[in-house]
Design a protein around this ligand. Structure first.
Ligand code: ADP
Ligand code: MG
Length: 212
């Protein structure tokens, strides 16, 4: 599968639609153990990306990730904004200007998620977006390395993302605002893990129907 930034406007539109459709549900999650602004933060970033989508579609992946990262950094406050900007800027660093295949993207994505861990000083198991991003990055790399067919690979990734979200329910939050609640953070899914999963599923749906 070789994907170019030409798909970016469709991808961003699909992500916007999914976050919009689940906005109330995610806001309830963030109100339970955070400050309730997570959807608003994401939507600001996504709208800024939509404003630049036509321009980004003309770039190569290296330049596109850089532009995406800088746009998110400028538009979004909150922990999630700087963490996603870190992911995208790391993707820029580790993506060549030339076409990248699925394995090349998967390897860059693993490094990007590693950069997010360092930036947020967090690990898997702390009830954050990392509980989706880390297993998805690992599953993507393994699936790409074994040359899994596209539809199968995307289904698998979506399944791993769903499992990651559910796992956050019983975790104790030790990073971010939810950590202020201590034991009371248990019993709620993490909002940032949920939106990471929603975005991954929305992207997978577009990629599944895109031309080879
Ligand atoms: P803020 O917490 O600053 O209000 P958001 O509400 O936009 O920012 O994002 C909250 C989400 O960010 C959390 O649900 C969690 O998934 C994620 N998060 C918070 N802190 C960290 C961290 N240190 N590492 C990884 N993810 C984090
Ligand atoms: Mg918040």
């Amino acid at each position: 599968m070789s994907i170019t930034p030409v798909l970016f406007p469709d991808l961003i539109q699909a992500v916007i639609a999914s976050i919009e459709a689940h906005a109330d549900e995610v806001t309830e999650l963030d109100q339970a153990i955070g400050d309730g602004d997570h959807v608003f933060n994401l939507q600001r970033g996504l709208q800024a990306l939509r404003d630049h989508a036509a321009e980004i579609a003309q770039l190569d992946w290296h330049a596109a990730w850089q532009k995406i990262g800088m746009t998110v950094m400028a538009a979004v406050g909150g922990a999630s904004g700087s963490l996603y900007a870190t992911l995208f800027i790391s993707l820029a660093k580790n993506t060549p200007a030339q076409a990248v295949d699925t394995l090349g993207f998967a390897e860059a994505f693993l490094l990007g998620v590693e950069a997010v861990k360092q930036r947020g000083k967090a690990e898997v198991g702390e009830k954050t977006m990392l509980d989706v991003l880390v297993p998805v990055a690992q599953a993507l790399r393994d699936a790409a390395a074994s040359a899994k067919p596209r539809t199968e690979l995307l289904e698998h990734i979506c399944h791993v993302a769903e499992t990651g979200v559910e796992a956050t329910r019983d975790m104790l939050a030790t990073k971010g605002r939810a950590s202020f609640l201590g034991e009371r953070s248990k019993g709620h899914i993490d909002a940032g893990a949920k939106t990471a999963q929603l975005m991954i599923v929305a992207i997978a749906e577009v990629l599944n129907t895109a031309d080879e």
